[in-house]
Design a protein around this ligand. Sequence first.
Ligand SMILES: NC(=O)C1=CN([C@@H]2O[C@H](COP(=O)(O)OP(=O)(O)OC[C@H]3O[C@@H](n4cnc5c(N)ncnc54)[C@H](OP(=O)(O)O)[C@@H]3O)[C@@H](O)[C@H]2O)C=CC1
Ligand SMILES: CC(C)CCC[C@@H](C)[C@H]1CC=C2C3=C(CC[C@@]21C)[C@@]1(C)CC[C@H](O)C(C)(C)[C@@H]1CC3
Length: 418
Amino acid sequence: MASLQGPRAPLEFGGPLGTAALLLLLPATMFHLLLVARSGPARLLGPPPYLPGLEVLWSPRALLLLLTWLGLQAALYLLPARKVAEGQELKDKSRLCYPINGFQALVLTALLVGLGVSVGLPLGALPEMLLPLAFAATITTFIFSFLLYMKAQVAPASALAPGGNSGNLIYDFFLGRELNPRICSFDFKYFCELRPGLIGWVFINLALLVQEAEQRGSPSLAMWLVNGFQLLYVGDALWHEEAVLTTMDITHDGFGFMLAFGDLAWVPFTYSLQAQFLLYHPQPLGLPMAAVICLINAIGYYIFRGANSQKNTFRKNPSDPSVSGLETIPTATGRQLLVSGWWGMVRHPNYLGDLIMALAWSLPCGVSHLLPYFYVLYFTALLVHREARDERQCLQKYGRAWHEYCRRVPYRILPYIY
Ligand SMILES: NC(=O)C1=CN([C@@H]2O[C@H](COP(=O)(O)OP(=O)(O)OC[C@H]3O[C@@H](n4cnc5c(N)ncnc54)[C@H](OP(=O)(O)O)[C@@H]3O)[C@@H](O)[C@H]2O)C=CC1
Ligand SMILES: CC(C)CCC[C@@H](C)[C@H]1CC=C2C3=C(CC[C@@]21C)[C@@]1(C)CC[C@H](O)C(C)(C)[C@@H]1CC3
């Protein structure tokens, strides 16, 4: 099939071969982590304790639970929103509308789960279902991505993403062809990015905490910290939901296997790894160390939130008093680049804050195992790769002004180091 994207569009993730490998590697890694977290030695780099058969992985009950969860989150998405936000301008100069009711969905889900628990819903039984749930989520995302691929076949050219339309089936299936696949006003990518997986992650964490309390009388301090930090992260993402409309995922990437699997399977089942590890490998944690870890998380959050809010405010209204005094570089597009404040420190201060928080989420698990640090390692690789992708796109968008920005702010993520 002929290439549908420009002849100069570079292939990402190692092209068709790299993406074919990732189609297998990502689910395999997720299952490896789930199996190893509950094994005695919990060795990240060792073999899994056993290879589960279909009788362990396949459960109609788990599939039903997953579909009920997706249905519930979709229903909450469709509830009246406190605000409807406009997305970035599209190729055809139009803008899409998005409901801002993610935080409301989190609160309503908490109320519904609370109600369920009060009438006997066994939340503490969820950890035992993680393997079949992850399997159901994997199958569902393969089918979902296939449907998204088929839907893109009939989408107009203006609705296609800049990447993901190379003409190679595997590559395009992985990256995603359509930028904003929708049925009526229901936006699949926006829905998946922030709702079922992210909210599912905090409820899996909560179930692990409840199970720990059932096994040992009360949740450990380490489990409280991991739950608290990650709830703050998810609550923050939903509170600032509108900001996701300017991320690369929404404005640039198509919706295919990478994001569908990432949002619906990878996030809930691997981002809850620290809490999974703690349930099977309790770790002592004293108050002074807990205080230090809280401080690290607070510093990370302060940088992450400060940097993201500064850029979002500036992009929405450059004359807002909180950003109007900052130094900027003009670009040929009419947009400006911040060159002081957080964005004058490094070119991705928000990544730095996110990485500091990632470390704080792993530290409560002690230093006896590498496994709970998987998130820090994976996230560093993801953000370094993401930074390089963003850098390429910014260079294309801003040309000489971007070179000037790089000259004035030479470090990417970590001052004086990288
Ligand atoms: N937990 C997780 O798994 C993940 C979390 N994240 C987090 O998501 C958040 C969003 O990340 P992401 O979408 O990658 O990227 P950013 O929010 O960093 O956005 C990058 C864009 O910001 C704009 N920009 C860059 N430099 C400047 C500047 N100096 N002044 C003004 N605008 C600038 C450019 O777009 P333009 O000029 O067009 O506005 C650029 O394309 C981050 O906090 C990240 O840590 C990301 C991935 C995974
Ligand atoms: C499976 C692959 C290895 C890659 C999948 C990547 C996805 C898991 C991530 C891509 C960008 C993400 C973002 C968030 C979660 C992870 C994914 C989907 C985010 C919603 C987390 C919360 C933050 O506050 C945010 C800024 C809203 C994030 C946006 C990007």
